[in-house]
Design a binder for this molecule. Sequence first.
Ligand code: PMP
Length: 427
Amino acid sequence: MTRTTSQLIADRTRLMGPNVSTFYDEPVHFVKGEGVWLWDADGRKYLDCYNNVPHVGHCNPRVVDAICRQASTLNTHTRYLHDGILDYIERLTGTMDASLDTAILTCTGSEANDIALRMAEAVTGKRGIIATDATYHGNTSLVSQLSKSNVPTVGFGLGQYFRFVDAPDSYRRPDPDGTGFAAKVAAQIDSLEQDGTGFAALVVCPYFLNEGFPDNPDGWLKPVADAVRKAGGMLICDEVQSGFGRTGTHLWAHEKMGVVPDIMVLGKPMANGHPVGGVVANRDIVKAFRSGYRYFNTFGGNPVSCAAAMAVLEEIETQNLVANANTVGDHARSRLTALAAKHEVIGDVRGSGLIFGAELVTDRTTKAPASDLTDRIINEMRHRGIIHSKLGRHKNTLKIRPPMPFSIENADLLFDTLDDVLTKANK
Ligand code: PMP
């Protein structure tokens, strides 16, 4: 059945229920993807500057081939023996610090974070968790408690275990060495210890992508990691968005931020759209988690998922995609900085590798967020065939996070178009 756009929208509500989100005033109906390009149902071509899940490019041939080959050979679960999951975990953990040597594979980042929180409880015997007040780590009953900005309607009485600290904001509240953030976390640790809950873990995305990717210098997480360890807690790095080379300088953003997490969470780009997530930790932590019961997940780590995930790692390596993210990211930021000299509305330019963007303000002195304008710009860019989004506490930060094969020419098309859209928006 082929539906028109309005039929698609109506049928989504009828068949999927209310509040199923879409992007844009006029939602897009994509029917095809290739590399950094997408096509809609009318055959119109768009440059994808937003989607991090097709990490090595939409319909990447190596990944498609790996999925097809394994799907036409065997797909079962992990209670049968198979080389695929072992080969993959060995290769994945081989890219990390030696302490991160054991993994559990899941189907989503939410499940992986859920396991990470339970691992922290298993090791510390405590339940208090600290996160930032502008983040998102997933949607299980436990993990959704971490999203202060999108509080779940059902809390299962779990709220008492969660504490929040201000998300770092290099533009409005500079904290150049991370000691301010560490002090806020230390205060919450004390509060958890004093009220009898006890402190189990701090969960952060090392590059704070959901918070608006503040311009934190390399090594910024060291003070907070020290505070966490001093209190006997665990550092959980949620690398669902920041991992697999996104920031350009390192494969893992925690390396950039100068720390080694106790527990690391992976997802989104891990298998280029095939649903794969994972938790990586030291084998003692995994042993503590598995000691009470045998964790099993029907689909996690199946041979097809592992073939897809392995192909992503191979593609990152053979195509030098981390170096590409670095080079193209530098070019993108210099183009954005040049646009800032021309357009007063650009208050701050930030990013690293292929996560970059700008905060739009109505006044550079007061830094008042230009949230409505940001929304208009995003919608206008979509009509010009450029796909990206916005984020941050005030929803006024352009969020640009393209597939990793994004090129200098792609970046130029993006910024030439943005220049034109900003010029016309200010007339
Ligand atoms: N962690 C982070 C940092 C995320 O951004 C997201 C999803 N946006 C998740 C976890 C949840 O992943 P999933 O949607 O696969 O459950």
